[in-house]
Every structure is written in structure tokens, then in C-alpha cells.
Design a protein around this ligand. Structure first.
Ligand code: F6P
Length: 324
């Protein structure tokens, strides 16, 4: 293996740049030539590929977003698009590729590998932390810290006015951000897709809170919760408790930006180095993850088909600590 490429794909996540830097520096130190593919699979199809040297990744470890840009490519979902992508890679004599992204990225990589046999190693990059094969994904820790910072501020104003706030965090299909930020911000309720019937138990908790004369509350809602999101649940609770003044805050894409935390920089650096070593050892069609603080490679097939559910202990901790 002499020439490898790296790209970022799907939703950006803080720490992706630290991952690109680690790939470039680690591969260059082993004598490999590294290329950056810009704009994800779309750039691969269009041949938007440029050489990346060690100096090109200076001064990026602290930056959110991705210097390689990202995209969601419809064209790559077609066999023709993937054929063009394979031609672009072979025009640059690329022997192996490192893909940084989430479920959609590895679903694409898996089909591409089956059709064209180009070795791919993945790195988990998504704020949602919903990938099987790694305890944490790059960007999750930063997104949680950004959300907690916002929720702490909301707590100040909620306390001053005795209001009930519903705060919606990201996670289209996953409650990891909701669970972690809910526990970390001391929320009175945490509504996530992995817990059924959480609207009813929230109403019970709020009733108890009223009895104890607890005057304000924060409820964290994952955007993917079956209740339909923070605005929806706020209306329902308002009907039940007309005496509460309810307010809704959707943190949204704020959670995707910002400088990565130390934990995300370390995770991205470890995985970038591991992905390069994996490619050199002949690993293909696998994602590098960290499980129990050790690097582990998991088949793309398992990463995209097996689900990772939040730890039961944390789920019940969220409920126990919510009762003030
Ligand atoms: O990055 C993951 C994620 O943030 C989801 O939680 C969210 O629903 C989605 O991406 C939104 O992304 P976009 O606005 O880029 O489609």
C-alpha cells in the first residue's frame, strides 16, 4: 500500500479535523502518500481529490467542521455513480481509503467494497454516538458539552421565572445525546426513543414535583423521541398542567459546531492512527472503534445492522436522579 485517501461524509462532527490530521501524519510517517477527497462520496465521483502533506493539516486540530467538507450524495447510491467513484480512485492510483462518517457512510462503503473491492477502513464520526463497534463516536462528547452549556444557561432563567422548559437536543434515531445531557444537566425528565412511555412517566414526575412545591423544571427531549419532539410534548404537558408556564428551546445545529473537546481530539487521533495501521495490516471493510479503551475493528456489516443501545444503568440513573 503506497497511496491512500481520506474523506469525511454525512453530517459533520467536531473532531473530524483531528481525525484527518491523525490519518495524514500517521500515514506520512510510514512513507505513504495521502490524498484528501473533498465533499465526501460526491467529490469521489467528481474526482475532487488533492494531495495532503503533513503541513496541510497544521492548525486544524482545534477546529470544528471538516476541512475536507462533507456531503450526502444521491449519485453514490446508484451503481453508475459508484463506478465513476472507483474510476476516480484508480485514476489517482489509490490503494486504500479511510472514511470518516456514520451509518450512511459505511453503508455506502460496504456496497462499494462488494462491487469494486477497494479496501476501506472506517472511523466513526457522528455526534449521535449511534454506531455499533465503538463505545463513543467522534463528536459526541463535544455535542453533549455544547448542549449542557446551553441547558445550564436555560436553568438560570428557568429558575428566575419558575418556568417549565423543554429542551430539544439532536438525535434523529438515537437518544444518546438526550440521555447524557439529561443526566449531566440534572433534568427532571429525559425523553428518548429508547425508552417507551416516557411521556406518561414525565407527567407522574411533574405531579410529584408540584406536590413538593418544586417550582421550575428542565426536561430534555431527543428530537427522535416518539412523543414528536419538544414542542409537541410541551403542548401536552401544558394541557395537563395549565398552571405551568412552558417554554421550548431547540438547540439544533449549534451542537454540530465548535471546537472539539479534549476527549474528541484524543479519540479522533487514536482512531486515525489505528485506521492507517489497519489498512497497512490488510484490514478491509471494517471500522476502527474503541471498546473498553482498546482499539477494535468491526465489520461494516455489523456496524450498520447491529444497534447500540444506551446502557441500562444510565437509563435508570436518569430516572432516579430526576426525582428532586
Ligand atoms: O449528525 C447527526 C444529526 O445531527 C442528527 O442527529 C440530525 O437529525 C441530523 O444529523 C441532521 O442533519 P442535517 O441537518 O445535516 O440533515
Amino acid at each position: 500500500m503506497k497511496r491512500i485517501a481520506v474523506f469525511t461524509s454525512g453530517g459533520d462532527a467536531p473532531g473530524m479535523n483531528a481525525g484527518v490530521r491523525a490519518v495524514v501524519r500517521s500515514a506520512s510517517s510510514k512513507g505513504l502518500h495521502v490524498f484528501g477527497i473533498y465533499r465526501g462520496y460526491q467529490g469521489m465521483i467528481e474526482g475532487d481529490i488533492k494531495r495532503l502533506e503533513k503541513a496541510n493539516v497544521s492548525n486544524i486540530i482545534h477546529r470544528g467542521g471538516t476541512i475536507l467538507k462533507t456531503a450526502r450524495s444521491m449519485e453514490f447510491m446508484t451503481a453508475d455513480g459508484r463506478k465513476q467513484a472507483a474510476e476516480s480512485l484508480s485514476a489517482h492510483d489509490i490503494d486504500g481509503v479511510i472514511a470518516i462518517g456514520g451509518n450512511g457512510t459505511f453503508t455506502g462503503a460496504n456496497i462499494f467494497y462488494e462491487e469494486h473491492g477497494i479496501p476501506f477502513v472506517g472511523m466513526p464520526g457522528t455526534i449521535d454516538n449511534d454506531l455499533y463497534g465503538t463505545d463513543f463516536t467522534i463528536g459526541f462528547d463535544t455535542a453533549c458539552n455544547t448542549a449542557i452549556d446551553a441547558i445550564d444557561k436555560i436553568r438560570d432563567t428557568a429558575d428566575s421565572h419558575n418556568r417549565l422548559f423543554f429542551i430539544e437536543v439532536m438525535g434523529r434515531h438515537s437518544g444518546y445525546i438526550g440521555l447524557y445531557t439529561g443526566i449531566g444537566s440534572g433534568a427532571s425528565g429525559i425523553l428518548i426513543p429508547e425508552k417507551d412511555n416516557d411521556t406518561n412517566s414525565l407527567i407522574v414526575t411533574l405531579r410529584k414535583a408540584i406536590k413538593k412545591k418544586k417550582l421550575f423544571s428542565l426536561v430534555v427531549v431527543a428530537e427522535g423521541d416518539e412523543s414528536g419532539g419538544a414542542a409537541h410534548i410541551a403542548n401536552k404537558v401544558q394541557e395537563e398542567f395549565p398552571q405551568f408556564e412552558t417554554k421550548v428551546t431547540i438547540i439544533g445545529h449549534l451542537q454540530r459546531g465548535g471546537s472539539p473537546t479534549c476527549a474528541d481530539r484524543i479519540l479522533a487521533s487514536r482512531l486515525g492512527h489505528a485506521a492507517v495501521e489497519g489498512l497497512l495490516e490488510g484490514k478491509q471493510n471494517v471500522m476502527a472503534g474503541i471498546v473498553n479503551n482498546k482499539v477494535k475493528f468491526t465489520d461494516f456489516k455489523d456496524c450498520i445492522t447491529k444497534s447500540k443501545v444506551p446502557n441500562k444503568e444510565l437509563l435508570s440513573l436518569g430516572e432516579i436522579l430526576a426525582m428532586g
